[in-house]
Write a protein that binds this ligand. Structure first.
Ligand code: NDP
Ligand code: MG
Ligand code: MG
Length: 333
């Protein structure tokens, strides 16, 4: 059973008495920096030369310096740049400024779990990861609420790393909702598995295969799009609100019967065996190594896959159909 921590379990003054550097000002970075600032914490943002987010951070009243300057000034350094470049930013700009007693924080455990970043022994290494996109994290904080976070300590040099992590989580509103204790290993492996097998990979492949099956059988792509992609939101919203039970309560009995008898014919024992292989490749580091090689090799396959799917009939069909739906916001792309 998970251990949960709330506002009363966290002491905000711990983080208020430190100097925090937030490196990166994207989805997570902006939410952490602004909310910590509003919680009375001394924050500076570290951004590289020519960063697109610099003006935004300054307009929002934050002091922006280089990542190296931020790391030198601060004693708590939160790394919120994209995962594949964290090791380089760490080597070049952060490692040279780490002193014993400093804390190195992450929003995701990949670089620590797979050894791409190896912090010195005198430094606390911890994670505070909100379980939601940064914009929701910030909005909830502003509304006096919070997004649940998970927190972990990989290296407890001071003996006080977890209290520090809880204090940081309080500063971004996390303890208002609840903070669950985890480990870098558990967070990293489950996060990668979830996005690959279920959330992104599994769902995208399921939607495409269903759409193709209908279109290849001669049905209109527009109808197939509605049935296999558009309506997925209604189903997921119900599951999100009340689990499988609420979804099954809401759909017709016919749909529910089809769910029971057909679901296991689609996601079979063979699918689950493959999921176990995927998990094993995440655990033994194969996935992380392959992804880093792909990223630093210029993203050739990545771009091939991307183009292939961008040209899929599912996508061109959806683009046209979404124009008919005034309430669907397609502008973030
Ligand atoms: P984003 O891609 O949204 O933002 C990255 C930021 O880093 C941008 O501000 C970018 O600047 C900046 N940046 C890029 N290169 C450098 C550099 N060399 N030095 C300093 N800053 C740089 O990242 P996310 O917020 O999505 O991810 C950050 C971390 O949070 C990751 O570890 C991720 O796994 C984790 N996380 C993300 C979640 C999410 O909701 N997105 C949820 C939970 C965890 P520029 O604007 O110039 O590109
Ligand atoms: Mg992830
Ligand atoms: Mg139907």
């Amino acid at each position: 059973v998970a251990e949960l921590f709330y506002d009363a379990d966290a002491d905000l003054s711990i983080i208020q008495n430190r100097k925090v550097a937030v490196i990166g000002y994207g989805s997570q970075g902006h939410a952490h920096a602004l909310s910590l600032r509003d919680s009375g914490v001394d924050v500076r943002v570290g951004l590289h030369e020519g960063s697109k987010s610099k003006t935004k951070a300054e307009e929002q009243g934050l002091r922006v310096v280089t990542p190296a300057e931020a790391a030198a000034e601060a004693d708590v350094i939160m790394i919120l740049v994209p995962d594949p470049i964290q090791a380089q930013v760490y080597e070049e700009s952060i490692a040279p400024h780490l002193k014993d007693g400093d804390a190195l924080f992450f929003g995701h455990g990949l670089n620590i779990r797979f050894g791409f970043i190896k912090p010195p022994a005198g430094v606390d290494v911890a994670m505070v990861a909100p379980k939601g996109p940064g914009h929701l994290v910030r909005r909830q904080y502003e509304e006096g609420r919070g997004v649940p976070c998970i927190a972990a300590v990989e290296q407890d040099a001071t003996g006080k790393a977890f209290e520090l992590a809880l204090s940081y989580a309080k500063g971004i509103g996390g303890t208002r909702a609840g903070v669950i204790k985890t480990t870098f290993t558990e967070e990293t492996e489950t996060d990668l598995f979830g996005e690959q097998a279920v959330l992104c990979g599994g769902t995208a492949a399921l939607v495409k295969a269903g759409f193709e099956t209908l279109v290849e059988a001669g049905y209109q792509p527009e109808i197939a799009y509605f049935e296999c992609l558009h309506e997925l939101k209604l189903i997921v919203d119900l599951m999100y609100e009340g689990g499988l039970e609420k979804m099954r309560w809401s759909v017709s009995e016919t749909a529910e019967w089809g769910d029971y008898v057909t679901g296991p014919r689609i996601i079979t024992d063979q699918t689950k065996a493959e999921m176990k292989k995927v998990l094993a490749e995440i655990q033994d580091g194969t996935f992380a190594r392959t992804w880093m090689d792909e990223y630093h090799g210029g993203l050739k396959k990545y771009n091939e896959y991307k183009t292939q799917d961008e040209n899929h009939l599912l996508e061109s069909t959806g683009k046209e159909l979404r124009k008919l739906m005034s309430w669907v916001d397609d502008t973030d792309q």
